[in-house]
Design a protein around this ligand. Structure first.
Ligand SMILES: O=C(O)CCC(=O)C(=O)O
Length: 406
């Protein structure tokens, strides 16, 4: 078991520090931000489905950064960061050529159907209601946009870096969704812990490299020097990271309208943390990997100018999405976007499931965040002095959603 402190503290190194915005300064408006998203960039549009009553959303490729460039701390990646994650971007980029990633991805994703198909009494023992199902197995506990419980997917949550984030009981009861210990299926699927931690740690390492280039980009926008942490420092010193192994159960549609919805497998949402690592979904049928049976199935993003696009990246690429907290603290220079997942609905999609893995990197519960005076989300949660810890902010956010969805 790993008990203890943060992954790797960068606090003593000289780092740019743009995150806490002591004063709001020149945040770009949503209109400006959305104006220039260029669908006309033909090379990024890879295909359209024909013969549909309504034209389907265009398919757009993520901006891709080679790993060899990402790992060079002095390389100027500002153009790519701006194109993918800046005010006119999709809020997602993918990294190509990450060593060991393809094997670690496949090893973990193939375990998702295995955990979902464990006997019900075994899965029950892997649940953690005290964390609001934010550790261990969770199925049918979250609410969909419709208010119904989400039975379309099951998730297995764990912190891939720390098995026991803290032993302080006060903290554990104050922030149970971050501070409770991991639960592993040691008797029934022991290989899950090893595969989960290996992929989670790799995604964290690469995420830190990307965060460094995001910091450089934001600092160059004239944001100036601030007294808090950069994105890289924030992630490196956090004990709050959470991995989510997702298993999307095969869907059967009773109505055509349900089948065509871009959120038929995962509802629209925006990640609220700092940076999310995401693998390309893996489809299986009767435990054997199959190609995606429907080109309309997969990840969709709502752009800054309110258009829905299907987003694709290769299976050996590792994608990263900006979370709301980073958008707020970067004063809009890095942008979070709402996203959803569509289930396949073609004839040969029956019994096809999908597995993927997301790593939610977020500030430590103790990290003091200084919010700008104007923010695009959740303004009502911020006190007049603009300062909250991430733990306090998250609690307020969960209560807000709890009140509005029950
Ligand atoms: O399944 C996917 O590709 C996206 C998952 C996702 O958005 C999430 O878990 O928040």
């Amino acid at each position: 078991m790993e008990v203890g402190s943060a992954v790797r503290s960068l606090r003593t190194q000289h780092q740019p520090a743009w995150a806490p915005a002591a004063r709001a300064r020149g945040r770009r408006s949503r209109d400006q931000a959305s104006a220039a998203f260029a669908f006309a960039r033909a090379p990024r549009r890879v295909r359209c489905r024909a013969m549909q009553p309504h034209p389907p959303p265009p398919t757009v490729r993520t901006v891709t950064i080679p790993y060899a460039d990402l790992r060079e701390r002095d390389k100027d990646l500002g153009g790519k960061i701006e194109e993918g994650l800046g005010p006119h971007g999709l809020g997602i980029v993918s990294i190509a050529g990450v060593p060991d990633f393809p094997e670690l991805r496949k090893r973990l994703l193939l375990l998702a159907p295995r955990i979902a198909n464990l006997p019900e009494d075994v899965k029950k023992k892997l649940e953690d209601p005290d964390s609001r199902y934010n550790f261990g197995w969770s199925h049918g506990k979250e609410k969909l946009e419709s208010g119904k419980l989400d039975t379309f997917k099951g998730s297995f949550y764990a912190n891939p870096v720390l098995d026991v984030p803290t032993t302080d009981d006060v903290l554990v009861s104050r922030y149970p969704s971050y501070c409770r210990p991991n639960i592993w299926p040691s008797d029934n699927l022991p290989e899950l812990e090893i595969a989960f931690k290996a992929l989670g740690k790799l995604m964290m390492e690469v995420g830190l490299m990307l965060a460094h280039h995001c910091d450089r980009y934001v600092m160059r926008q004239g944001v100036g020097q601030y007294d808090g942490d950069s994105l890289e420092q924030t992630i490196a010193s956090s004990r709050c990271h959470k991995g989510r192994l997702l298993y999307y159960f095969p869907r059967q549609f009773s109505k055509q309208t349900e089948a065509g919805s871009v959120s038929s497998w995962c509802g629209w949402h925006t990640d609220h943390g700092s940076l999310t690592g995401l693998t390309c979904g893996l489809f299986t049928k009767n435990s054997v990997e199959v190609p995606c049976p429907d080109s309309a199935a997969g990840l969709y993003i709502r752009t800054r100018d309110n258009q829905v696009v299907k987003v694709v990246f290769d299976e050996d690429q590792l994608a990263y999405q900006i979370g709301e907290t980073t958008e707020i603290l970067s004063r809009g220079y890095l942008c979070a976007t709402p996203h959803s997942v569509q289930a396949p609905s073609s004839e040969n999609a029956s019994n096809v499931d999908r597995s993927t893995f997301a790593l939610f990197m977020q500030p430590d519960w103790n990290e003091k965040l200084k919010f700008p005076s104007e923010i695009p989300y959740h303004q009502e949660l911020i006190p007049p002095n603009g300062t909250l810890t991430f733990g306090e902010y998250s609690e307020r956010l969960v209560s807000k959603y709890y009140q509005t969805t029950t």
